[in-house]
Design a binder for this molecule. Structure first.
Ligand SMILES: Cc1ncc(COP(=O)(O)O)c(C=O)c1O
Ligand SMILES: [Zn+2]
Length: 415
């Protein structure tokens, strides 16, 4: 008896994992993304967890809710168990209880490590030698890192405009990097055409049903660390939509197991210039994808043709979640505010979640006793150009005490 099966998000047909690799053959790549559904009798039997397991094994502490049977290969990089800070400054400022989950602390500095480690484990289990993906940058760098530690080759399709830190990360890890002079959406289509024809394992968002399972471990960590009082709201940014869906799925699975009895309101935050999921959601059921020409300072979520849009909209609808958008200005200001109020340095897509929270707080949508989690999905060092653009130019100083003291000024600092 298998622990899990795959189910199409649109037609609900179920498949044995040995039958289908990626998407529903009837509904196709866009609408036929698959969900992993578990036999919860088996899951409950396998369920054992204590906090020290999470510290030691990271996401693999949740093996009972992951799509593997028995012992399996685990890339040797500690993923997950990221810090959850109660942020006093933001709590005071916005009069709700604010927590920050800093997923930029993963080994390659983004949330995407949660999915890439599962993808690498699956590739090894299935006997593949090469993995590929298209990415705005973070899925790529995390796959590169996981491939390096798993003796897999990796081929990465990225827009040539991706931030330099992400491109360099790929080269350092030894991936074959294809920097495409076009959008992420075009790089994605090219990767599917070429990668599948070469017989490589696909780590593309939405296409590979197991990625969401890796991503959902963030929700599982949150639930177990806040089990006494679950958050009321979770804010997370959305590009293709898989990260957003993973929060719904993680909490749903735990409810199904009987570990929790309710879901937080999960708020997907998009950049206004790349809000294709929000636009699709506003069109209502059955969520016919609305594609757009995307543009945003938040490169990681600058997606015009989101691949997991149907799932993201269906989960949001079913669980009464929300989809909102924020401007690039609000995102850049969010980077600064988050760093100064909490010490966490986020890349633009990470700060998008804070900008979304502020928008809801300002509109009075959050009641006074709300408990809020803002998920920072990527580290600020991944993209220095964006925050630099709103910082004043640094004045270069000669090594002269008088001039330096003039620069310090009279009374701005106290010893
Ligand atoms: C830092 C960061 N945040 C959020 C996202 C959004 O994830 P998804 O494309 O699954 O919606 C990404 C995706 O690349 C990302 O890199
Ligand atoms: Zn289908």
């Amino acid at each position: 008896m298998s622990k899990y099966r795959l189910r199409c998000i649109t037609c609900s047909r179920e498949y044995d994992p040995a039958e289908v690799e990626y998407t529903c053959p009837v509904c196709g790549e866009r609408k036929g993304t698959l969900e992993v559904i578990y036999d919860f009798d088996i899951v409950r039997r396998e369920y054992s967890l204590n906090q020290s397991d999470i510290g030691k094994d990271g996401i693999w502490a949740f093996d009972f809710l992951l799509p593997f049977e028995g012992d399996h290969f685990r890339p040797n990089l500690l993923v997950g168990n990221t810090p959850l800070y109660r942020c006093e400054n933001l709590s005071e400022k916005y009069a709700v209880e604010v927590f920050i989950k800093d997923d930029g602390r993963n080994p390659t500095a983004s949330f995407k490590d949660r999915a890439s480690s599962v993808a690498a484990a699956k590739a090894v289990e299935k006997g593949y030698g090469t993995v590929f993906c298209a990415s705005t940058g973070n899925a790529a760098s995390s796959l590169s890192g996981m491939a390096a530690v798993s003796k897999l080759k990796s081929v990465i399709f990225v827009p040539a405009t991706a931030p330099q830190a992400k491109l360099t990360q790929l080269q350092v890890y030894g991936s074959k990097v294809l920097a495409i002079e076009d959008s992420y959406d075009r790089a994605f289509d090219l990767s599917m055409e070429i990668g599948l024809s070469k017989g490589w394992y696909c780590r593309n968002s939405a296409i590979n049903p197991y990625l969401l399972e890796g991503k959902k471990t963030c929700a599982l960590e949150l639930a177990f660390s806040m089990i006494d009082r679950l958050p009321d709201y979770i804010f997370v940014s959305a590009g293709d939509g898989t990260v957003l869906s993973s929060f719904h799925k993680g909490f749903e699975d735990l409810r199904e197991m009987g570990v929790i009895d309710r879901l937080p309101v999960i708020v997907g935050v998009q950049a206004s210039g790349a809000a294709a999921i929000k636009k699709t959601y506003e069109g209502g059921l059955p969520f016919e994808p609305v594609d757009i020409q995307a543009s945003s300072v938040a490169d990681s979520i600058c997606v015009g043709k989101p691949r997991d849009v149907v799932k993201a909209c269906r989960y949001t609808h079913k669980n009464k979640g929300m989809l909102i958008d924020v401007s690039d200005k609000e995102i850049l200001e969010g980077i600064i505010e988050m760093a100064r109020e909490s010490g966490v340095f986020a890349e633009p897509a990470g700060a998008t979640a804070l900008a979304g929270f502020k928008k809801c707080a300002r509109q009075g949508l959050l009641s006074l006793d709300s408990r809020v989690v803002i998920v920072v999905t990527g580290n600020g060092l991944k993209d220095l150009k964006s925050p630099s653009s709103i910082m004043p130019a640094l004045r270069k100083l000669p090594p002269d005490r008088k001039i330096i003291e003039e620069e310090i000024g009279e009374d701005r600092f106290q010893s």
